[in-house]
Design a binder for this molecule. Structure first.
Ligand SMILES: [Zn+2]
Length: 57
């Protein structure tokens, strides 16, 4: 994924108020795919293995 964080955040809104299963923080946001309008819950913690922003070192 090459989407920048700032651009990414504009396409999301505050997500469910529960902890991420991957990193145990409240970093979840809801992302709506522009093409399909389908909602998906994503984690915005770059160090979280569950997050699409996560980069393998
Ligand atoms: Zn997470």
């Amino acid at each position: 994924m090459t989407t920048s964080l700032s651009k990414f955040l504009k396409t999301t809104r505050p997500g469910p108020a529960h902890r991420c299963a991957g990193c145990n923080t409240f970093s979840l946001r809801t992302h709506t795919a522009p093409a399909t309008q389908e909602d998906e819950v994503i984690c915005t913690n770059p160090s979280c293995g569950e997050s699409p922003l996560h980069r393998e070192a």
